[in-house]
Design a protein around this ligand. Sequence first.
Ligand code: GDP
Ligand code: MG
Length: 162
Amino acid sequence: MLPVVALVGRPNVGKSTLFNALTRSRDALVADMPGVTRDRHYGVCRLAPRPFVVVDTGGLSGSDEGIEGLTAQQVRAAIAEANLLVFVVDAREGILPLDASILTELRRSGKPIIVVVNKTDGVDEAVALGEFASFGIAETLPASAAHSRGVDTLVAKALPYL
Ligand code: GDP
Ligand code: MG
């Protein structure tokens, strides 16, 4: 079985964009199968010497009740099967309360966490990283998934955990 990396975070932070950047190389094979790519949450990343599975979680959506009040079953399942959690946050919006709730949930799993500070295109990267440093996660990386920036570094940092 291939190791599994779960992409977790608030809606709209760029999880699916990052998923596409990580798995794109093989997506062409299924891109023309209706109903497959669109609903798909699993892909294989082959950007590293060893392939790994990427899970794009979409279950955290629109509620300010925190993670407990959300449809978080899918996310919990992804966390449970993951070897590594990639917590995606938005450099432009900064830390929102839901980010803190999600991080608490991720920490509870005891699994390794890498924070990806996405959407750093056009913002001061040092300032963005500085804000998210308050999470206290040693591996906090900048990225711009939309421009495939930071993806190779993420893969390199992920490998030791897989
Ligand atoms: P998800 O809800 O977390 O899966 O987020 P999506 O991947 O659907 O992205 C939400 C929005 O953010 C879309 O309009 C993306 O085009 C945009 N987005 C994603 N990544 C980036 C990025 O690196 N930079 C910028 N500027 N926008 C991005
Ligand atoms: Mg998505």
